[in-house]
Design a protein. Structure first.
Length: 121
């Protein structure tokens, strides 16, 4: 659960690149800022959750705290994974309409799209 900020930083770096490269299109810039804010709220919220569920209370051992933490991860993990997949798909699709409207030959445009879609691998 503590890896949330690292996920946020990696996704925010890509979205910041989109803001810089595609800033001429306002909708790309605004959607990128919105995605950064949503991902910030979701990923950084995992820090207080981890401290609330995974730290032992007075008189309890670390083993009992980690067992309790494991039960909570079963609930939070799929939500975190689902949002991560949705964010990845969003980040792959976001620049494609802009790239498709570039005034380049079709092979060059397709090559540029392939470069941006290489994150799919």
């Amino acid at each position: 659960m503590i890896v949330g900020p690292a996920y946020w930083a990696s996704k925010s770096a890509i979205l910041a690149l989109y803001i810089r490269v595609f800033s001429i299109k306002r909708w790309v810039k605004y959607l990128s800022y919105l995605a950064i804010l949503i991902l910030f709220g979701f990923h950084w919220a995992l820090i207080p959750l981890a401290s609330a569920y995974c730290v032992p209370r007075n008189g309890h051992s670390w083993v009992s705290a980690l067992e309790k933490c494991g039960a909570q991860v079963k609930v939070i993990g799929p939500m975190h994974g689902g949002l991560g997949v949705a964010a990845d798909i969003f980040m792959l699709v976001l620049p494609l309409p802009v790239l498709n409207k570039l005034q380049l030959s079709k092979p060059k445009r397709m090559g540029l799209m392939i470069v941006f879609m290489s994150g799919f691998l």
